[in-house]
Design a protein around this ligand. Structure first.
Ligand code: UDP
Ligand code: MG
Length: 311
């Protein structure tokens, strides 16, 4: 069993990148251990990428490749890598060298202080203003809807120990988000700051549309709070309806001989109907939310430690 497994998803990266990745990871790990493995998961890339992985694997026996039948996405690729990782510690990083391998010793040292999970906070990531705005809005929405604290500067670059890996494998979510799942698992976690590298070769494989699609899947996959919005709306409409109704009653008491004004009466009925309908929708939403949670088949608990463990 290797001491450290490094997992990186690969989508259409070039051989220079992957060779440099293997070299730099090896050099970074040299000061920690020689007992490591690198697992590259080819996420249905062009054929040249797989040839590149095989070529690098021939020169570096510590490197293993895994190839998907088609493009399943970065996070399923990470999951596949983590599933086949045997190390006491598992490091997940991008394969395009933007997650700089030189950070690995710092990650490892931080973990040795007694943490199960250490993430990297990316500093000075080159981002356009539009990207920053969208990412900021996305994380605020996600945090509000999920009630969790996802950190925008953290992606997947992290080290976790075998305990966390074992727990991770028991989460069968269909919509995968490595960092999110690891955070959901709990355990003793912390983060270190590190510079984020520039992409030297090739281009980012995510399109803007792809990023939005991923963002929406996450919001819907990681929270059911949106379903409860209907209840809040229904309550607001109901309050308005009751205020309007009270107003009409008071008007009638003060002016018994005048006919009832039509506009307030109609609006009262409209708000009342909208309020009741939304309330009912919200109630249905709660049941649907529960169903969604059940269909995820997530474990209902995660054990971190036991006393008298016979192992
Ligand atoms: N990636 C992947 N499958 C995909 C898209 C990306 O495995 O469908 C990998 C890619 O090779 C890289 C990492 O995920 O190692 C991050 O992708 P990218 O560099 O495009 O994203 P960015 O760094 O711009 O967020
Ligand atoms: Mg990148």
């Amino acid at each position: 069993m290797p001491h450290i497994s490094v997992v990186a998803p690969v989508y259409n990266e070039q051989e220079v990148t992957l060779a440099a990745l293997a070299d730099r990871v090896g050099a970074a790990l040299a000061e920690i251990t020689t007992d490591y493995e690198i697992i590259l998961v080819d996420d249905g890339s062009r054929i040249e990428t797989w040839s590149a992985i095989c070529a690098v694997g021939r020169t570096d026996p510590k490197l293993r490749g895994l190839r998907f039948s088609r493009n399943f996405g970065q996070h399923p690729a990470i999951a596949a890598g983590v599933d086949s990782a045997a190390g006491d510690w598992v490091i997940v990083m991008d394969s395009d060298l933007q997650d700089r391998p030189e950070v690995i010793p710092d990650l490892y040292r931080k973990a040795q202080e007694g943490y199960d999970v250490v993430f990297v906070n990316r500093q000075e990531r080159p981002e356009t203003a539009l990207y920053q705005f969208c990412a900021g809005a996305f994380y605020r929405t996600l945090n509000f809807l999920s009630g969790q604290k996802y950190e925008r500067r953290q992606a997947n670059y992290s080290i976790v120990n075998a305990k966390v890996v074992e727990a991770f494998r028991r989460v069968p979510d269909r919509d995968r988000f490595y960092g999110g799942t690891v955070r959901w698992l709990g355990f003793r976690s912390t983060a270190i700051d590190a510079l984020h590298g520039e992409r030297e070769y090739g281009r980012p494989s995510y399109s803007l549309l792809g990023r939005f699609r991923f963002a929406f899947r996450l919001i819907f996959g990681f929270s059911t709070r949106l379903l409860y919005v209907a209840i809040v709306l229904g309550l607001c409409f109901s309050v308005v309806a009751f205020a309007l109704a009270a107003d009409i009653v008071v008007y009638k008491i003060l002016n018994p001989s005048l006919p009832l004004p039509g506009w307030p009466s109609v609006m009262t009925a409209v708000f009342f109907t909208a309020g009741i309908t939304n309330l009912m929708l919200g109630l249905v939403g709660i049941y649907i939310g529960n169903l969604v949670e059940h269909t995820k088949h997530r474990p209902i608990y995660v054990v971190a430690q036991r006393t008298n463990a016979n192992e």
